[in-house]
Design a protein around this ligand. Structure first.
Ligand SMILES: [Zn+2]
Length: 398
């Protein structure tokens, strides 16, 4: 519901529309101070103060003393009652689950490894088990989980709800993930690509807050991107926009798991990185490579620097197309920082339109590897009807 479309007219209907605006802001953003609510909704501080007073009197919000930017402040959050959201993020090798009353208010989280070639059934089964466990530990029941956001590390066709590729994440081919999970959990489910969700997490709760045009790049076993255009996630016609990992860097390059040649992922994905080091370093995990590179191992640094150069070529293409203000690097491989960002920046400056590259800021993600699961909680929150529970308590009828 868009409060700005509320019928104009009486003072009462305007007040009700404004009250709804505050509630929706708190629902989407989690706890905020009154100053932040005013900034976010565009309402005056005096109006916000009156509305919060009303909502508090109606039991619709909770007020909690806190410290913000070194000053005392009162955080306003929605009174949650029994409403719980769940976020589930599947990785190539693990699944992470979090529950909370909002993306900033996580009350429990858990992670479980998954075999690299797991079948969808096994992944979903483990995720459901983790979620049940978390809900129980929080003293709640599955009936309290009102919506679930699910992320999978592959392009997701938003129309069919299936993995939009035959060869990426083959164990999940043809599975209607949203439908399956909704059946298992008896709650509404939104399914998205984990890079989109990580971008959404950073947009609402992290380093991309307030950014209108940005690109989030998730560097892990694979590589993916989430595009933010006009302050919102851009998914394209079928939901698969942002597949930066399968941009062609070299038409004659090595064959990729997607079936093409020379995709970015063949240079910066864990498979390619580990293969380049196998002869000199023996079998390593991605984590080993990251630790050794940070400890100064020349070979590990070299393959990551080369990967950074290739990444810069791909990012230059994206920068030329969408002219973002900010590029954010996240995912576990981003932990090597300047080992990747320095060569990336150099390629970017060589390949991108100079004015676009000059105004571009490269930042590191703020939410670490939790960005996607936090984004999944944001997307779960968006499934709740705006008048869910709290609005009834607040006496809002429209
Ligand atoms: Zn590919």
């Amino acid at each position: 519901m868009n409060p700005s479309t509320a019928a104009p007219g009486s003072q009462a209907s305007l007040r009700e529309a404004n009250r709804l605006r505050v509630v929706e802001a708190l629902r989407d953003q989690g706890a905020m101070t009154q100053v932040e609510i005013a900034g976010f909704t565009g309402l005056s501080p005096a109006t916000v103060s009156n509305l919060v007073k009303d909502l508090d009197a109606a039991g619709a919000v909770e007020l909690e003393p806190s410290i913000r930017n070194g000053r005392r402040a009162v955080l306003v959050s929605l009174a949650t009652g029994n409403t719980l959201l769940a976020g589930i993020a599947f990785g190539d090798r693990d699944v992470r689950v979090a529950i909370g009353t909002g993306p900033r208010d996580i009350i429990g989280r858990q992670r479980m490894p998954l075999p690299a070639d797991h079948a969808a059934d096994e992944g979903m089964e483990r995720a459901v088990r983790l979620l049940l466990d978390l809900v129980e530990k929080a003293g709640k029941t599955m009936g309290d989980v009102r919506a679930v956001g699910v992320g999978i590390p592959a392009p997701v066709d938003r129309v069919s709800g299936q993995v939009g590729s035959e060869s990426i994440l083959p164990g999940w081919r043809g599975v209607a993930v949203g439908h399956e999970m909704a059946g298992r959990l008896q709650a509404p489910v939104d399914v998205d690509n984990t890079s989109n969700l990580a971008a959404l997490g950073e947009l609402r709760c992290g380093v991309l807050q307030g950014v209108q045009h940005g690109v989030y790049i998730k560097l892990s076993h694979g590589v993916g991107a989430g595009l933010i255009l006009d302050g919102d996630i851009f998914r394209g016609a079928a939901g698969t926009a942002g597949e930066i990992g399968h941009l062609t860097i070299d038409e004659n390059g090595p064959v990729c798991r997607c079936g093409n040649r020379g995709c970015l992922e063949t240079y910066i994905g864990s498979r390619g990185l580990l293969e380049s080091l196998a002869a000199s370093h023996g079998p390593l995990s991605l984590r080993d490579v990251i630790h050794r590179a940070l400890a100064g191992d020349a070979g590990c640094r070299r393959v990551l620097e080369d990967a950074g150069r290739h990444l810069g070529v791909a990012v230059a293409g994206v920068v030329n197309l969408v002219n973002p203000e900010v590029v954010v690097l996240g995912g576990q491989l981003s932990k090597v920082g300047s080992i990747i960002t320095t060569p990336m920046r150099a390629s970017l400056e060589r390949c991108a339109i100079p004015s676009a590259a000059a105004s571009l800021e490269v930042r590191m993600g703020e939410l670490d590897t939790d960005a996607d699961v936090i984004g999944a909680l944001v997307s779960a929150g968006a499934l709740l009807p705006a008048n869910e529970g709290v609005l009834a308590t607040a006496g809002i009828t429209s």
